[in-house]
Design a protein around this ligand. Structure first.
Ligand code: ZN
Ligand code: ZN
Ligand code: ZN
Length: 369
């Protein structure tokens, strides 16, 4: 049923994608690939849990015996996959290798630990190792209606957190104190966990991946607040707004408007058939023509789903055409120092254009000092 978030049809789709990518089998350890294909949100541990999906043949799930009840209770338990429990004294890599036969090429989850990659190399010495994303990336990048609904719900939840941020920004508080309030609200508004809370004030706002420090907020600070979490569905939020405490520096107000217009232009440019890199250009051109090009130092965006950063990347050189269901961020920034600004929304390419999943205002928000 296509309206389910984790439909049983993904196993067959994964096998077909593996075959098309000339992989004999996918080997998926705990992480977003395993959750996407089987709905199993398994613990990431040194003990091997691995869903093997042969291009032709029956899938099976090797699982530590002590996690067998958890695997059975998960959606994976209802998919009719054979479960292969292994005991503490067994070699699970040999178990998987024996069951697979003689694959010539295996696709490993991009997030598999090196510990497991190397042990699979020893257990399957004749198999070439590739990345599973060759097969699964295109599947995961185009969201189903149920996935779009999950991302929409995540977007609304993080919007509700941003709506509360002005109440926490005050001269005299530290970035870390504001970040602690945000982390609490991310969970209170429906996420199962907060993934990051960037609160970058004053000169720190010119550092795109500053996190939150003990710097004390002051009147006249611009504050970049970039926050996100993971919902109980597994789907992520990610949204940036820039705030000002008291009066903004004069030069800051000028480029904030340029940034806002550029972010709008890039969002408006999204529709099926245009390239990912053309969206990057739509954001970059107005910033460059206003003279701030050298201060926009990162790509315009990244795909989002079960991971905060995934395909498709909105960057020069990515000629991939956008299709309905592609979900990604549009987050241009201008960082001239001693201040900076970024505006970030998640958008989805629809049949005819674009849907924004973050609706909280993009106007510059001034909070009293
Ligand atoms: Zn980032
Ligand atoms: Zn972000
Ligand atoms: Zn982002």
């Amino acid at each position: 049923m296509s309206d389910e978030l984790y439909p049983a049809s993904r196993l067959g789709a994964a096998a077909a994608a593996a075959g098309k990518a000339s992989l004999d089998a996918l080997l998926l350890t705990p992480g977003p690939d395993l959750r996407y294909i089987a709905g199993y949100d398994a613990h990431v541990l040194e003990r091997l849990t691995c869903l093997a999906v042969p291009a032709h043949g029956d899938p099976f799930l090797a699982v530590p015996r002590l996690e067998l009840p958890a695997a059975k209770a998960s959606p994976a338990g209802g998919l009719g996959i054979e479960l292969l429990p292994w005991d503490e004294t067994e070699d699970p890599y040999a178990l998987v290798a024996k069951r697979l036969g003689q694959p010539a090429v295996v696709g490993l989850s991009d997030r598999m630990w090196a510990l497991m990659v190397l042990r699979f190399r020893s257990a399957l010495p004749d198999a070439r190792q590739e990345l599973a994303s060759v097969a699964l990336g295109p599947l995961r990048a185009r969201k189903s209606p149920a996935e779009v609904a999950a991302l929409r719900e995540a977007g609304r939840a993080i919007d509700r957190v941003h709506a509360q941020v002005p109440g926490w920004l005050r001269a005299g508080r530290t970035e870390a104190q504001v970040a602690a309030d945000i982390v609490e609200a991310i969970v209170a508004e429906g996420h199962s966990r907060a993934d990051f809370a960037i609160v970058a004030s004053g000169p720190n706002a010119a550092s795109p991946h500053h996190t939150a420090s003990d710097r004390v907020l002051r009147a006249g600070d611009a504050v970049v607040v970039d926050i996100g979490g993971t919902m109980p569905t597994g789907y992520c939020s990610d949204c940036t707004r820039t705030y000002v405490i008291g009066e903004a520096p004069a030069d800051f107000a000028a480029y904030y408007q340029v940034l806002k217009d550029a972010q709008d232009a890039a969002c408006t440019a999204v529709r099926p058939g245009v390239s990912a890199e053309s969206i990057d250009a739509a954001a970059r051109e107005p910033i460059a023509s206003a003279g701030y090009g050298e201060y926009f130092v990162h790509r315009t965006g990244h795909g989002i789903g079960l991971e905060t950063h995934e395909d498709p990347y909105i960057v020069s050189g990515n000629t991939e055409e956008l299709s309905p269901g592609h979900a990604f961020s549009i987050e241009p920034g201008i960082y001239p120092g001693p201040h900076g600004a970024r505006i970030e929304d998640i958008v989805v390419c629809t049949d005819t254009g674009v849907e924004r999943l973050n609706l909280v205002t993009r106007d510059l928000i001034r909070v009293p000092a």
